[in-house]
Design a binder for this molecule. Structure first.
Ligand code: FAQ
Length: 330
């Protein structure tokens, strides 16, 4: 009797707790529906917090790993002007990584833990940065197509329901749009150049087109996170919607340059008001994100080396901060 009484009490307590939890979740969703930003001190469902940590940290890692394919060309940029621009762009990407790690830390996760996940190979970063930059035209493609795809995705993220992520995106988008233009300018110069330069830029487009379309993620039918992320207004568009928008704006740019998109099925569909395009090679996409792309091992190796070689900088910065603290306290 006595123990049964206790059980009933425990059940009632659990029911009350889950009713309270449900009410909180409903209130949270109402805020989202009313376009009220969620801030770090606000209550949020654990799954919302985890989704954001996953997406923002993958995004931060992408910015940092994304420095590597371009870094490959700093010493070989064709002029001092191009070198200075490329250096500035690469530094911007490092800055983007830092804003994003900082935004992620507002969710209660430690940056050291996130970096550890990247270096141990546990964390994902964008598939696109596992492709090699073989010629100078590839640097143009990264700006035109990779930054172009990144902006298409990130403009929508400026309206993400989580305040710190949305605000970080505003500044990032401004810088990315400059990056996209510098890439287009490189591509335009080559497309209007010698026969060899035109051949080089077409070859680069042939290699970067499909990987750029993969940046938007798997097709909606295979996207495990889209439905919930759209409900929470972390994502505003599905992967396929953004991919279509990217194709629609990029194809006319390629035509203007006299370049050919490497897709025999690409054609304007007047009924849909969009370009139809061929099937993205999804097998390749899954292979790359599972760690077996052309440069996955090399990229991680480079990041690990850079992290180890930068240890003295982190130690010096900490020692400097400790000294300043001690001086202030004295
Ligand atoms: N690569 O269910 P979904 C840049 C994973 S920044 C690798 O559709 P979700 C700047 C996904 O994580 C580029 N993995 O996932 C720059 C998930 O795996 P999980 C980075 C991918 O999150 C330019 C699984 O597949 N931008 O380029 C990829 O709803 C030039 C299932 O996918 C961002 O990160 C992929 N492409 O949608 C720097 C933007 N796609 O976590 C240097 C923010 C999907 O369950 C030079 N992120 N996966 O193990 C997003 O908008 C989203 O996370 C998506 C994926 C759209 C990428």
């Amino acid at each position: 009797m006595y123990s049964q009484g206790l059980d009933i009490g425990a059940d009632a307590g659990r029911a009350a707790a889950s009713a309270e939890e449900l009410a909180r979740e409903e209130a949270f969703q109402r805020k989202i529906d009313q376009e009220i930003k969620i801030e770090p001190q606000d209550w949020m469902p654990e799954a919302y917090r985890r989704t954001l940590i996953r997406q923002i940290s993958q995004h931060a890692h992408s910015e940092v790993v994304g420095m590597l394919p371009e870094g490959n060309w700093v010493t070989r940029a064709p002029s001092l002007r191009r070198k200075a621009i490329l250096l500035a762009k690469i530094q911007d990407e490092a800055g983007h990584g830092l804003y994003l790690y900082a935004a992620c830390e507002t969710l209660g996760v430690d940056r050291a833990e996130l970096i550890d996940q990247l270096l141990s190979g546990k964390a994902k970063y964008s598939s696109i940065f596992n492709y090699p930059t073989l010629t100078w035209a590839d640097i143009g493609m990264i700006g035109w197509l990779v930054d172009g795809a990144a902006i298409m995705n990130q403009v929508a993220l400026q309206r993400c329901s989580y305040g710190p992520y949305a605000r970080a995106m505003v500044r990032i988008c401004k810088e990315e749009s400059f990056h996209q233009r510098q890439g287009y300018e490189i591509v335009m110069t080559l497309a209007r150049g010698t026969r060899e330069q035109r051949r080089m830029v077409q070859d680069a487009l042939n290699r970067w087109w499909w990987p750029a379309l993969m940046m938007f993620g798997p097709p909606d039918r295979d996207s495990v996170h889209t439905a919930q992320s759209m409900k929470w207004k972390i994502k505003r568009f599905t992967n396929d919607d953004l991919r279509q928008k990217f194709v629609d704006v990029t194809v006319p740019q390629a035509h203007y340059l006299g370049l050919e998109i490497p897709d025999p099925e690409l054609r304007w569909n007047p009924e849909r008001g969009h370009y139809d395009f061929g099937e993205v090679p999804w097998d390749e996409f899954w292979r790359v994100i599972r760690g077996d792309g052309p440069c996955n091992r090399q990229r991680l190796e480079q990041r690990r080396r850079a992290f180890a070689e930068g240890a003295w900088v982190r130690e010096a910065a900490l020692a400097h901060a400790a000294k300043r603290r001690a001086r202030r306290a004295a």
